[in-house]
Design a protein around this ligand. Structure first.
Ligand code: E4P
Length: 219
């Protein structure tokens, strides 16, 4: 499963990229607003920091303007992935862009039927929002399982990019279901490394090692 970080914060992206475990980045208009940065400028910086796809979202609601915005965004860098909303105009834009070989992430997916439409429109990624699904009294992970089932039935190549992840359990369940990508806030990625028994174990080994009075030569 690929790991994407869901942020437009350059310091956070650098920190995650340094782990060597980062496969891509997703942004959205809210995350750009939170960063307080110029959209074009910060997107270029992010694209320079990671080799994998960087999702940059169009803000227009009609197909013609979406196409014009996508044209501007895809000139930022080769690894830009155009993010479009799951609407008729968004999917028309997706179909057109992917036919030309442009990567497209269809976002704001909340049903398996919507994911089916995104796959038929040739989406590179579909982004079902599990956290927001849970917030509305539904089970976000059931949605991921249904999409996996449908995509496998028909051998769709669209990658399931689990979005709106709020905790490590969402990540674990995504991996068990066989989702292709998880995009996570930096805090969730950091949380994946943590286990109280790992910390306790290190504490014990360090204490016992000190008792030996030895060192491991490092040069
Ligand atoms: C995905 O691409 C979105 O940017 C994101 O995961 C939305 O998450 P939220 O529901 O926490 O805003």
């Amino acid at each position: 499963m690929k790991f994407f970080v869901d942020t437009a914060d350059i310091a956070d992206i650098k920190e995650m990229a340094d782990t060597g475990l980062l496969d891509g980045v997703t942004t959205n208009p809210s995350l750009i607003a939170k960063s307080g940065r110029d959209f074009m400028e910060v997107t270029k910086e992010i694209c320079d920091l990671v080799d994998g796809p960087v999702s940059a979202e169009v803000v227009a609601l009609d197909h013609d303007t979406m196409m014009k915005e996508a044209e501007t965004l895809r000139k930022i860098a080769d690894n830009v992935c155009i993010k479009v909303p799951l609407t008729i105009d968004g999917l028309k834009t997706c179909k057109k862009l992917t036919s030309d070989g442009t990567k497209v992430n269809v976002t704001l997916c909340f049903s398996a039927n919507q994911a089916l439409l995104a796959a038929k429109a040739g989406a590179t990624f579909v982004s079902p929002f599990v956290g927001r699904h849970d917030d509305n009294g539904l089970d976000g992970m059931e949605l991921i399982a249904a999409i996996r089932h449908i995509y496998d039935n028909y051998d769709f190549g669209t990658e399931i990019l689990v979005a709106s992840i709020r905790n490590p359990v969402h990540v674990l369940k995504s991996a068990l279901i066989g989702a292709d990508v998880a995009t996570m806030p930096p805090a969730v990625i950091k949380g994946l490394f943590k286990h109280i028994l790992t910390d306790k174990g290190i504490e014990g080994f360090v204490a016992d090692w000190e008792k030996t009075g030895q060192t491991i030569p490092t040069s």
